[in-house]
Design a protein around this ligand. Structure first.
Ligand SMILES: Nc1ncnc2c1ncn2[C@@H]1O[C@H](COP(=O)(O)OP(=O)(O)OP(=O)(O)O)[C@@H](O)[C@H]1O
Ligand SMILES: [Mg+2]
Length: 262
């Protein structure tokens, strides 16, 4: 099944065509990566798909249903969740509380129930705590639940972000540079977390600069350059595409290209 599809998706900021006619067709149950140089539109594509931006042109389908123009919370209710490129951690809150923030969309009691402390609220709080604990277990942070988030090492904070996105029980998870700034050991841990998420049936769309991670974990890779699709295919197909190598050589210098393609 195609879980996420875009057709000629486009948005411009001033004169800059940040995303320009991008077509995605992402099969469920896999890791699908989006790569490209800095400023090529990867985060903008996530912002479009997750409802933060409304496209100027084109359409978006989630599990076959037209969702273009829906707000982030409406998309969250349909099973889409994401992380952000920059850490969004409340460092003085506990690790568990940071994850509970992500359960928002499952909470259905209104303000009156809250005011009068109806039993439904207590039940729901319990469900929220349990879901948050389950999400922490999936990223290997169960033992850190009651610690202040600010006391975690960097790699653990990156996993905490993933746990928060998992707490809403998504079917489609967008990860914007989950391994950015991580050392090789931390990147390996993120790799393991992503693999176990996919094993549980969640589709992962991955934006990441670490080419070793991308090449190892992805079923397919979509390459953007200046908001447009440069190429799309299996890791092998993308690796052997000369235009991709040149795009990286031109903009990133040879180091990233070498890691990516050799
Ligand atoms: N809200 C906005 N207003 C104006 N310009 C924007 C906005 N969002 C993105 N852009 C522009 O769109 C282009 C794509 O940016 P985007 O952040 O999507 O790139 P990226 O591929 O995620 O880069 P990086 O790898 O550095 O994270 C850039 O030129 C950026 O300046
Ligand atoms: Mg980005």
């Amino acid at each position: 099944m195609i879980i996420l599809q875009t057709d000629q998706l486009s948005i411009a900021f001033g004169g800059v065509r940040a995303i320009d006619g991008v077509n995605l067709a992402i099969e469920s149950g896999q890791v699908y990566s989006i790569i490209g140089p800095n400023g090529s539109g990867k985060t903008t594509l996530f912002n479009l798909v997750s409802g933060i931006y409304t496209p100027d042109d084109g359409s978006i389908r989630l599990a076959g249903e037209a969702v273009t123009g829906l707000a982030p919370d409406q998309l969250a209710r349909r099973g889409l969740s994401r992380t952000f490129q920059n850490l969004q951690i409340f460092s003085r809150m506990s690790v568990l509380e940071n994850v509970m923030v992500g359960r928002h969309r499952h909470e259905r009691t209104g303000i009156f129930a809250d005011l009068f402390h109806w039993p439904s609220v207590a039940r729901q709080n319990q469900a929220t705590v349990e879901a948050a604990r389950a999400a922490l277990a999936r990223v290997d942070l169960a033992d850190s639940a009651s610690r202040p988030a600010g006391s975690l090492a960097y790699g653990a904070l990156k996993r905490l972000e993933i746990a928060r996105a998992l707490a809403s029980e998504p079917t489609l998870l967008l990860l914007d540079e989950p391994a950015a700034g991580c050392n090789p050991v931390e990147t390996e841990e993120i790799d393991g977390v992503i693999r176990s998420i996919v094993k549980d049936g969640i589709t992962v769309v991955l934006v990441e600069h670490d080419m070793r991670l991308v090449m190892n974990i992805s079923s397919r890779i979509h390459v953007l350059a200046s908001g447009r699709t440069l190429t799309e295919g299996t890791p092998e197909q993308v690796r052997s595409n000369v235009a991709v190598v040149q795009a990286y050589l031109g903009i990133h210098g040879s180091q990233e290209s070498n890691r990516a393609f050799h």
